[in-house]
Write a protein that binds this ligand. Sequence first.
Ligand SMILES: Cc1cc2nc3c(=O)[nH]c(=O)nc-3n(C[C@H](O)[C@H](O)[C@H](O)COP(=O)(O)OP(=O)(O)OC[C@H]3O[C@@H](n4cnc5c(N)ncnc54)[C@H](O)[C@@H]3O)c2cc1C
Length: 516
Amino acid sequence: MIDTRTPRIPGQPTGDLTPELLSTSVWSDEDVARAGIPVIDMPFVTIGGGMGSFVMVDLLRIAGVPASNIRALSNIDHPWQTYEYLTRCSQIPRGERIRSDSSGCPDNIWAFPSYAVREAWADKTVAPLASVVLEPVFTDYWTPRAGQVFNALGREATRIKYPEMLARGQVRLLRRRRDGGYFTILTPPAGESTTKRVAYRSWYVHLAVGYPGLQFLPDLQHYRERYNDATHVVNAYEPHEHVYEALKRHPGTVLVRGGGIVASRVLQRLMEDRVNNGARTHIHHLFRTYVSGTHGDSKIGRRKGSGGFAYSGFNWPKAAWGGQLKEQFERLEGDERAALYRKLGGAHTPHRKLWQQQKARATNEGWYQTYQGVVTSVTPGSRSGITTAVRPEQGSPYALDADFIIDCTGLEGDIREHRVLADLLDHSGAGRNPLGKLDVERTFEVRGTTNGFGRVYASGAATLGGYYAGVDTFLGLQYAALTITDDLAAQGFCRRIGIGRSTAQWWRWVRNRPVD
Ligand SMILES: Cc1cc2nc3c(=O)[nH]c(=O)nc-3n(C[C@H](O)[C@H](O)[C@H](O)COP(=O)(O)OP(=O)(O)OC[C@H]3O[C@@H](n4cnc5c(N)ncnc54)[C@H](O)[C@@H]3O)c2cc1C
């Protein structure tokens, strides 16, 4: 139960945001007290409570910040909850392998022992080690199973006392405080507070709110709304198990749209259901951009491709996390940076032997066909199902009939779709970067939001387009957290993680000892 016994100015003890507060960009302590909103002093708050918040808190704890000085304000119970939900929907249950490599360890900032070493140890086999030595030339990249990552995160969460730092609720907004720092307004779960809102008064705020929203292709969104049909047209990031179940019960046709890793996963599932579970599914696969061979700039961003797909092991070339490309991104501003993002971007998927074999078999047997084109309309079919009208780059327009459509194209939305980010743009001086996302400095401080000694930092997908490309990856979230920790150490909030501290803390990690 949150203690709401903060002194209030008599007369208006509503405990809620008032029109005056909502329309004022800088609040005083008196303003908040007048609204009857209880105040909790907390030097550091991180908003989101997902993977980005977790690695931030992990770094701060390793840098010596006590648990009592940190709160993760979140609408989820454990940091990997949203990630697990999205991976499960997009066909990566706990037993399947994720995309990042053996050293992308959000539970272990040292990345040693890596996941491959840990799996080899646990399963008493050298296979994972052999794989990481031979990858990617002689074998596909080795990647950990989702379940291994979740179990490791659970261990680290307990070690750093994450549950003690979690404050459940929905963050509504954050505003500058007149005397420095910020107020973050949390709406606690019903029954857990005697007031509607609680204000966290802090020096530092970190934002890691994940994806602003699900983004449907406009034509599919239009179909769903117009025909009130969210059963036959689904997004791969929302629960859609009913599609696979229906296809197992009755022969049917499914149209898959998109050429990224999620499309690969969905195809894998459809093909395995056909081969192993008796489904008689026919698959149409529509690419907007059809890649048939090696493509891209000869110096940068060159990729192999075939059958519609472009291939790349990870979201970005490895040099973007810590090499020439990282340095290049750091140097570039404005349009030049946006141009480099465009050069390296686009949909792609890892080249995995299993997927190639499955597709080859399905193509040979005639139940998997690929198409290229831009969709001009999606309408109910003349007898049943859904008809997609397509305009190809070459040749005449054509139509594809299907019983189900699975949209595997994207998860991102505009940052304004997120209420907290929209408020930050409107009231706290934040702006947009060359890709239209939240503009952050090289230190991951949100540009324009400094308030006296106070700082707002941000990491994750909302900051894509900044000086570091891999922000929406485990390694990128850790890089951001380490950079923020260094910045906070320079301001005296925590210790610097130098060689001595790092070694001592690693040894604690190995023995699963508490950080302090
Ligand atoms: C399907 C999929 C697979 C991926 N696989 C990999 C991979 O293999 N390797 C890799 O490195 N990266 C991967 N990523 C990318 C990235 O690492 C993850 O998405 C990661 O979860 C991002 O962390 P985050 O903290 O930014 O977002 P999340 O983990 O999504 O956490 C953000 C949290 O903030 C909460 N929140 C938002 N607004 C509020 C609010 N107002 N109040 C309270 N809480 C709020 C949300 O509910 C959410 O739980 C993958 C992403 C997806 C979608």
